[in-house]
Design a binder for this molecule. Structure first.
Ligand code: PLP
Length: 454
């Protein structure tokens, strides 16, 4: 196996067309610093097309894709049901910004699928969904503060970029302090954000103490950065928020329609007041949604009188592309397919469970500190020297460095893994794909071991 020092030049030799595109892009196109591709010392691979579980770059190199568009492609690339629905939709125009039947159908599908959903608001990304959800919760409750959990990710608006998975924790582990994740956010945003620790009784006590100030407690029912089962803690959270009259919101942008058709709330049988959605429900097109009970969403319901709505400080949310007919039809086609073919979930879950069991036991035998942590069809590799027990362990420097090396080796060998992001199986992945992922991982980890990277 090739040495790590030679890996970048060896990969570069395989991707001349991507290299040319990179030269055109590098002084013009900006991309996210942390998970974006334009980040040294990685080779930037430009994708030409995708089909099923595979993608091809501009040099026609084939990769098994474990990124799946950061999660939306639950049926794989260019799934027939999506293509058919989108083609049919596009012929009738691409956007109306006027009521259309397809958004009604989508709202019905979501209310049927999601336990807490009695009302739905559509938008265009998970970021917008959490931004609107916070406004709705504040307007409904008349309180200003929000509580979020250290290590959870809720998008890139100001209130989401406080102590998310991007930054290492500050303050005590059981009572984290809010800190800004990036530039461009006023310092005083932290005044209205309470950071809580996952799976921790201190968090429950802090909610009690702050109940008169807290509009909403927001949590990913399965933390996307460390997908583990937190059912018992979610139950405590539901109980304490009921007791204190604080709204509970699940951010189901990843878990929605993935860990079960009804998302984390169906899987754990715990019904929040509100939830945010994105990714899968758009069929691969940009999308977001806030759903909730009629009571929680009351600040979004118009009285029919503009002046009265204004006087009552109702939430205003409008978007050129909200309820876009192409997105709604492609998304509805995916939801109906998932609803009518529940075996897709069983298959994806089994691929994940088997890959996890095989790699984790093999790595232990080899004395390699590598562990796949996952629930249902998504997982993350952890490569720190200490076992992973807490979200802050994810900021272990050795883990971050080894992760980048692992991802680059995997790509070199034809398996596309997103560095510092989540790995997904889709309904298009086969057992042979899962075996390719497992065997390539073993090959890479052995090479890393031989080069004293563990
Ligand atoms: C749980 C969660 N919430 C919100 C978001 C933001 O969604 P988007 O990237 O569509 O803005 C993400 C994105 O990965 C997410 O995982």
């Amino acid at each position: 196996m090739i040495n790590y020092e030679d890996l970048f030049s060896a990969t570069a030799d395989k991707i001349p067309n991507s290299n040319k595109l990179f030269e055109r892009a590098k002084d013009k196109l900006l991309s996210p610093l942390v998970t974006g591709p334009y980040r040294a010392p990685a080779n930037v691979i430009f994708i030409d097309r995708g089909q099923g579980s595979k993608i091809w770059d501009k040099d026609d190199n084939e990769y098994l894709d474990m990124t799946m568009g950061y999660g939306p492609l639950v049926l794989g690339h260019a799934a027939e049901v999506v293509i058919k629905a989108a083609q049919k939709a596009v012929e009738k125009g691409t956007n109306y910004a006027i009521a259309n039947e397809h958004e009604v159908k989508m709202a019905e599908l979501m209310c049927d699928a999601i336990p807490c959903a009695e009302r739905v608001v559509f938008c265009n990304s998970g970021t917008e969904a959490t931004m609107y959800a916070i406004k709705i919760a504040r307007a409904t409750s008349g309180k200003a503060k929000i509580a979020t959990f250290e290590g959870c990710y809720h998008g890139v608006h100001d209130y989401a970029m406080v102590g998310s998975m991007l930054s290492a924790g500050t303050g005590p582990a059981d009572a984290p302090e809010p800190s800004l994740d990036c530039g461009g956010i006023p310092d005083n945003v932290t005044e209205n954000v309470v950071k809580l620790a996952y799976d921790c009784d201190e968090s429950i006590e802090r909610i009690r103490a702050l109940k008169n100030e807290l509009a909403v407690v927001i949590i990913e029912p399965v933390p996307s950065g460390y997908p583990i089962n937190m059912q018992a803690f979610l139950r405590k959270l539901r109980d304490v928020t009921h007791e204190c009259g604080v709204l509970l919101m699940f951010d189901e942008v990843i878990s929605g329609f993935r860990c079960a058709y009804g998302g984390g709330q169906e899987k754990y049988d715990i019904v929040p007041d509100m939830a945010t959605y994105g990714k899968i429900m758009g069929g691969g097109f940009p999308v977001g949604a806030v759903v909730g009970t009629a009571a929680a969403m009351k600040s979004f319901t118009s009285s029919g009188d503009i002046e009265q709505d204004f006087a009552q400080r109702k939430v205003f949310a409008i978007g050129t592309f909200n309820g876009n007919p192409i997105t709604m039809q492609a998304g509805a086609a995916v939801l109906e397919h998932l609803r009518d073919n529940p075996e897709i979930y069983t298959r994806m879950d089994k691929l994940t469970a088997d890959a996890k069991a095989e790699i984790n036991s093999w790595a232990e035998e080899q004395g390699i500190p590598f562990k796949l942590i996952g629930e249902n069809s998504w997982f993350v590799p952890f490569m720190g020297d200490k076992p992973f027990c807490h979200t802050r362990d994810g900021h272990d420097e050795k883990h971050a460095l080894r992760n980048v090396v692992y991802c680059n080796y995997m790509r070199h060998l034809g398996v596309y893994i997103p560095d510092l992001h989540i790995i997904f199986f889709s309904g298009a992945h086969t057992e042979a794909d899962a075996e390719q992922f497992v065997e390539t991982s073993k090959q890479v980890l052995l090479a890393m071991k031989e080069q004293q990277m563990f």
